[in-house]
Design a protein around this ligand. Structure first.
Ligand code: ADP
Ligand code: MG
Length: 340
């Protein structure tokens, strides 16, 4: 079962604040498979943040150190269908043995087990056997398992026995480094300015960064133009417009109000207390960033405010993003919510 994708390694994984714990944990698991300090290892976080990459990297690293090591990687769906097949063929003993012979079992996206009781039960037994045998188990999940509905409590509790590490969305600096690293891998010449631009515009996940890079290089090849910041700006604008076309100002107002625990009418009101004024400015700046509406149009949508008020909000939020970590975090989270 050589189903590890050998392309994904620690070498081509860009480390940043958001993923350094996850990377360190995966690295440790690869150095000492089965050690109780990181067995089982669970990496969790939303999609496109590098969980599978790290899982492959750990498996590949184990093999690099010891080519005889038996590493088995399976997506949860594959575990499920292998089990169904074994049940049908009345070959459950073989199924069990197959899994218990490995040195490391890598199971990707275990949220897929939700609601599948028989699969969970089999996985539970496999898990216990491997754990007792001090064989390494690495799993990923798209959120903290306790928050996955339809996972059995006893399984949830087992998952937390070893080490659970969150993978967070990468910050600006890391995003830019990832773009540069992916460009290098593809042999594409991307000026740093352009990498920064992509990192600034594409915030939700790493897959989108790669998508932007792919679109950009394809379009450059196709049109024979070189990748200047202007060319990138143009391409990204089209890409974002396509991606965000469903985001309207009303949607932004609702999302921002919910995020800060406010009513939309408060957000639109004339009251200027700080607890209202800041979220209001955030909402206006998001409307400018994510929609094609003009400043006067945005002002209108905010209970008829003047376009200079909107402009001021945009500038204020831009400045605060550089100095206020909390605000930057709010901003990134809101963008993610709005681009889902
Ligand atoms: P997940 O499993 O969390 O959904 P993946 O591991 O499939 O995400 O990552 C999506 C893409 O992003 C992959 O191509 C992966 O190589 C890339 N990626 C994510 N994080 C990083 C990183 N820190 N450095 C380099 N590439 C990354
Ligand atoms: Mg994945």
């Amino acid at each position: 079962h050589g189903n590890l994708d050998t392309h994904y390694t620690f070498d081509n994984f860009v480390e940043g604040r958001s993923n350094q714990l996850g990377r360190a944990a995966a690295w440790q698991a690869a150095q000492k498979p089965g050690d109780r300090t990181h067995n089982p290892l669970l990496l969790y976080g939303s999609t496109g943040l590098g969980k599978t990459h790290l899982m492959f990297a750990a498996g590949n690293e184990m093999r690099r150190q010891n080519p005889a090591v038996r590493v088995l990687y399976l997506r949860s769906e594959q575990f499920f269908s292998a089990m169904m097949r074994a049940l049908q063929d009345k070959a459950m003993d073989g199924f069990k043995r197959h899994f218990q012979q490995v040195d490391a079992l890598l199971i990707d996206d275990i949220q897929f087990f939700a609601g599948k009781e028989r699969t969970q039960e089999e996985f539970f037994h496999t898990f216990n056997a491997l754990f007792d045998g001090r064989q390494q188990i690495i799993m990923t999940c798209d959120r903290f398992p306790r928050e996955v509905e339809g996972l059995e409590p006893r399984l949830k509790s087992r998952l937390a026995w070893g080490l659970s590490v969150a993978i967070d969305p990468p910050d600006f600096e890391t995003r830019a480094q990832i773009v540069l690293s992916k460009a290098r891998e593809r042999g594409a010449q991307i000026p740093e300015d352009v990498a920064f631009l992509i990192a600034k515009k594409m915030r939700s996940n790493v897959r989108d960064l790669e998508g932007a890079l792919n679109t950009l290089t394809a379009r450059a090849n196709f049109t024979g133009r070189s990748i200047t910041p202007e060319f990138a700006q143009e391409t990204l604008r089209d890409l974002l417009r396509a991606q965000m076309h469903s985001v309207g100002i009303a949607n932004i107002q609702k999302t921002v109000a919910d995020y800060y625990g406010l009513q939309i009418k408060d957000l639109l009101s004339k009251r200027r207390t700080r607890s209202l004024a800041r979220p209001r400015q955030v909402a206006m700046a998001l409307a400018k960033e994510l929609t094609e509406h003009s400043l006067p149009e945005i002002g209108d949508a905010f209970a008829g405010r003047d376009h200079t008020t909107v402009l001021h909000a945009c500038r204020q939020i831009k400045t605060l993003q550089e100095t206020d970590g909390k605000l930057r975090e709010d901003w990134d989270k809101l963008i993610r919510k709005l681009s889902e």
